[in-house]
Design a protein around this ligand. Structure first.
Ligand SMILES: *[C@@H]1O[C@H](CO)[C@@H](O)[C@H](O)[C@H]1NC(C)=O
Ligand SMILES: *[C@@H]1O[C@H](CO)[C@@H](O)[C@H](O)[C@H]1NC(C)=O
Ligand SMILES: *[C@@H]1O[C@H](CO)[C@@H](O)[C@H](O)[C@H]1NC(C)=O
Ligand SMILES: *[C@@H]1O[C@H](CO)[C@@H](O)[C@H](O)[C@H]1NC(C)=O
Ligand SMILES: *[C@@H]1O[C@H](CO)[C@@H](O)[C@H](O)[C@H]1NC(C)=O
Length: 563
């Protein structure tokens, strides 16, 4: 069994998979249809071991609550059932994350209402809290909003956000209202703010956001092991000092490639490993058309880029700049998602066009993008350049996932995929790939179909720089050689980016009887900011289900005492 598995799992050497013929009997990566989300799964975040929270635009979705269309819902990973949530403000094109006390906070959104749905309020300064939910089916769990008294300082539609070392949220960029296509200087939110508020609650101006106009919505950002934040928007990147607001300018992405809305590529912080936790960022897809191109000169058929760019964030790496690689196909709006074994899933998006709805030449239905990519690839960070990306053994779906679609790793270890709606409302009369999409799928790795290792029990909370021991079970089919323990934030999926997503490997010692693992936690909150996480155990490429833990004390942000 182990030998057969190796044939389909392009683990840490893509060359193994390339050289070995596929075995028809071996389990494979598989797409599985799971049912109907009732609202477009336009934003997605795992909020408990069994629940994913979806947000959509407030419009005319089929799922109803209190006699109006819902635009928030809980997806039950165990039953594939959806439960509507009653929201107040429009959560369209928002961001979010979980805080150090486990609370999910969704930030920003759309100013508009929708005809026939009178309950919708302006979401641009929206703050929506979902407190930790202990009921496996989400019974009694709701979203809290009080827009009159509890809101952001600045209007933000299309912002992004990350949890920082004190467990708060840093919220970056956005736009005040609809400008048609590009972000414009008169409507741009050219600032950074925090929740809970810091620095007197006054949004702090950012030169980087100004310089990266007009294609800088949903800036991609990552917390670095020195406590600073790496950001990329348009073709530019910086390192941001949270305390002082100072911005260090890094090299531009080469070849004129732009990676943020409306030219969405995706970006990911590659897994951090002890002892050095050296950070590297990978950015894939987007477009190489100039950001001065009038929208009327862009079409749904304009080719996307196949470029990935990777930068090592050490002094030597910054000096060298971005190193270019190529995907197997061009992709606008791809998703880059951590796999618990350290690989990166490259999935979704389209070969041509750009993001947004009905704003360029020759839209397909109302879609600015066309030619969806139906086959995912895997990126193996440690393989040599040119051999890192493979789709051997990967399945092909027939459901397009372009603008307003999401994907998240689940606590079960597979990927939940939802949404696609390049329309202003529910539209099923447009060409098939651009219809409002309510079908949910999973992408199941081969390990979902074989006996898996298990973490039998985990502490509720884990501190920093500590050791703890967990009981595990290893199936007879595995003889433990390569053991990986991943501490993961599964991120908030919105607009081809996973805010706060993170994978930190932890050193682990297997006991002589192979029944327990002694794990060393990350040394400090810069490596993994305090908050909820899942621990996955991978043995020779076969991954366990994730065990939920709280990193840190579970206290509300800002946290100052770390144990
Ligand atoms: C529900 O909405 C319909 C159509 O707008 C209306 O006729 C009906 O009175 C509403 N029911 C309640 C309980 O508000
Ligand atoms: C990045 O884009 C700006 C325009 O937004 C352009 O002036 C600059 O040359 C680009 N950088 C590279 C390396 O192409
Ligand atoms: C979508 O709605 C916006 C207003 O929010 C409008 O300007 C635009 O024309 C609409 N696009 C389509 C294709 O209906
Ligand atoms: C769907 O989009 C098409 C193309 O813009 C438009 O003609 C049609 O009216 C839309 N249907 C609905 C229900 O909005
Ligand atoms: C978590 O912290 C946030 C920010 O201080 C607060 O609004 C929220 O109510 C807290 N949640 C719980 C469960 O204490």
């Amino acid at each position: 069994m182990l030998r057969l598995l190796k044939a389909v799992l392009p683990l840490f050497a893509a060359s193994i998979a390339l050289a070995t013929p596929l075995d028809a009997q071996a389990p494979r990566w598989t797409f599985t249809e799971k049912g109907n989300s009732g609202i477009v799964g336009l934003e997605a975040i795992v909020v408990s071991p069994t629940l994913v929270l979806f947000f959509d635009r407030a419009s005319d979705d089929p799922l109803q609550i209190n006699n109006h269309s819902a635009w928030g819902a809980l997806w039950d990973l165990q039953t594939s059932k959806v439960t509507p949530l009653d929201l107040i403000t429009n959560s369209f094109c928002a961001s979010g994350s979980r805080l150090s006390n486990g609370t999910m906070v969704s930030v920003g959104g759309d100013p508009n209402g929708f005809p026939g749905n009178p309950t919708i309020e302006d979401g641009t300064t929206g703050l929506r809290l979902f407190e930790p939910c202990n009921d496996p089916a989400g019974v009694g769990c709701t979203v809290f909003e009080d827009p009159a008294t509890f809101h952001l300082a600045e209007k933000r539609w299309y912002p992004s956000s990350i949890r920082i070392p004190d467990g708060s949220l840093m919220i970056v960029g956005g736009i005040h209202r609809n400008t048609g296509f590009y972000n414009t200087i008169d409507q741009a939110a050219l600032t950074v703010e925090f929740f809970p508020p810091k620095f007197g609650g006054v949004p702090r101006p950012s030169e980087f956001l100004k310089r990266s106009l007009p294609a800088n919505l949903f800036p991609r950002q990552f917390l670095l092991p020195d406590g600073k934040v790496f950001m990329v928007a348009n073709n530019q990147s910086i390192i941001y000092d949270i305390e002082t607001g100072a911005e260090r300018i890094l090299p531009d992405i080469p070849n004129g490639v732009r990676v943020t809305n409306p030219f969405d590529g995706s970006a990911i912080l590659l897994p951090l490993s002890p002892p050095n936790f050296t950070p590297e960022v990978l950015v894939c897809g987007g477009t190489n058309i100039p950001d001065t191109t009038p929208q009327g000169d862009i079409s749904s058929q304009t080719p996307a880029t196949d470029q990935c760019s990777r930068i090592l964030l050490t002094e030597a790496g910054i000096k060298r700049g971005w190193v270019v690689e190529r995907m197997l196909e061009p992709r606008i709006m791809p998703e880059l998602v951590h796999v618990p074994n350290g690989q990166v899933l490259i999935i979704n998006g389209a070969r041509t066009g750009v993001a947004a709805i009905g704003t360029v030449k020759d839209p397909v239905g109302n879609s600015n993008a066309d030619n969806p990519v139906f086959t995912p690839s895997l990126y193996t960070p440690n393989a040599p350049v040119g051999r890192r990306i493979s789709n051997i053994g990967m399945p092909t779906t027939d459901i397009a996932r372009m603008y307003h679609s999401t994907i998240t790793l689940t606590p079960q270890g597979n990927f939940l995929i939802a949404g696609n709606n390049p329309n202003n409302n529910t539209n099923i009369t447009v060409p098939v790939n651009t219809r409002s999409e309510f079908r949910v799928e999973t992408l199941d790795p081969p390990f979902m179909f074989v006996p898996r290792p298990r973490i039998l029990n985990a502490p509720e909370k884990i501190g920093f720089g500590k050791r703890f021991t967990v009981p595990i079970s290893i199936p007879n089919s595995l003889q433990p050689r390569n053991i990986q323990v991943a501490l993961m934030d599964l991120g908030f999926s919105s607009h081809a980016f996973h805010s706060s997503a993170r994978l930190v490997f932890m050193d682990a010692q297997l006991s002589r009887d192979q029944r327990s693992l002694t794990i060393t936690t990350p040394p400090n909150p810069n490596i993994f900011p305090p908050g909820p996480a899942f621990i996955f155990l991978t043995i020779d490429g076969v991954t366990s289900e994730g065990q939920q833990v709280m990193v840190g004390t579970g206290a509300a942000p800002p946290q100052t005492n770390f144990v």
